[in-house]
Design a protein around this ligand. Sequence first.
Ligand code: ATP
Ligand code: MG
Ligand code: MG
Length: 540
Amino acid sequence: MKQDLEAGKHDKIVTRFPPEPNGYLHIGHAKSIVINFGLADDFNGQTNLRFDDTNPLKEDQEYVDSIKEDVKWLGYDWDELRFASDYFEEMYNKAVLLIKKGKAYVDDLSADEIRQYRGTLTEPGKNSPFRNRSIEENLDLFERMKKGEFKNGEKVLRAKIDMASPNINLRDPVIYRIAHATHHNTGDKWCIYPMYAFAHPLEDAIEGVTHSLCTVEFEDQRPFYDWVIAECETEYKPRQIEFGRLNITNTVMSKRKLKQLVDEKFVDGWDDPRMPTISGLRRRGFTPEAIREFVKETGVSKGSGFVDSAMLDHYVREDLKLKAPRTMGILRPLKVVITNYPEDKVEMLEAENNPENEEMGTRQIPFSREIYIEQEDFMEDPPKKYFRLFPGNEVRLKHAYFIKCEDVIKDENGQIVEIHCTYDPETKSGTGFTGRKVKGTLHWVDAKHAIPAEFRLYEPLILDEDSDGEDDENKTFLDYVNPNSLQIIQGFVEPNMQDVKPQDKFQFFRHGYFNVDPKYSTPDKPVFNLIVSLKSSFKL
Ligand code: ATP
Ligand code: MG
Ligand code: MG
């Protein structure tokens, strides 16, 4: 881009992000968005959002709307909003131009026959018996295709290039096919539709795109891209440049497969928090900043290796570290009664909202005779080096007092129902007490004032590291769907969480970062999605 500008080839860089509206965007698309919008921004250029909607069968307005929302949410704004289907007339005219130049012909071979005639990597293809139709006959047949005189599959229009080309993409590729189908934008106006490889370069040329950035699987298509631009005599001459696809461990990265997970109800819609879609990541609690930084770090080389999903987690932790208030939530409650604390007393304790960011201030939390702690923070018969609560042991309650376990209360089945402790008023947090030390610090919530909350904990949706499983015989990626990817549990949060709004993010002390679920949260009962735990094995 820099060289092209310096050489005076262009006055301005123009890129496009060209999704097909046949599904929701996923994090792989975020890479394409960051590259296309980001590079154009670097050179004060322009980026169009273009819906590549040349296939009437799989496209839908729902997808168009979600894609717009997701691009904006990621922090980008397009200069022009375009639909490839608005160019059908121009594309048709270019096809007619090719016929007139003797560079395209109508073929009656079936799809299967075309495949057989195409040859292989080691064997050249064979010419179709219809390859030498006259220009007049081709013009007439193509017009009749457009008028709807033929059924689906009866005829196609093919570029006339070279059936012996070492590049199979140049062996007379199909450029128009018949599809009697209603299109979401053009309705029933057309019953012939351009093929992607023919349409894409024309779309770029029509919009004056200077650099058409796409993923590496299109590398072999580049000679045909250039052929279309040259033979169609377009005014603008866009140039295709490829970059490596983003692949992430334990992550399916294909709209077709993601749609299958939705349609077959493995997940609760395209925005299920386990999905790698932009809308799923948003609902899970990932931030645009974290996604952008992650994608930038993966780079723009042509390599398409797998990136560790822990790297994405790393970036969201980094982003939320200073932004998310810290609070206490109990995921699996165990009641503790503080027997020497006055029955009716409630005191308010001060707690800092983020020790790493003083600007976030403090809050007041109630403390009284009964509290909840985590079940895992008590053991009746602990192993060595267990520093939490056990009979006779003393621990610190975060922001409150030291408590000592005096008794364990069980029901008739031997199940623990509550723990009886005593507290020492001398040890109040913030008073500078140094009389003795304890090793464990527990989080807690006041039982009388706590708000019931639901926690949704997630594990990877796909258990296969390289996520497709399709190289394995008799298996598909669906065989690797994790049956335990969602765990729903009921606990408690601090009373000031009453006012949380959808998409608010918090760090629950010792548990991790959580997002208020926009779909299931209610004013009476917030629902928190685990974004990431606090621990990370990932190092940059
Ligand atoms: P899928 O295979 O998931 O359906 P696609 O490539 O068919 O994806 P498009 O809607 O055509 O989806 O994609 C829009 C743009 O996003 C294209 O330029 C495409 O190359 C790019 N893109 C899609 N997946 C990835 C990925 N994993 N990494 C980087 N870019 C991607
Ligand atoms: Mg696709
Ligand atoms: Mg694809």
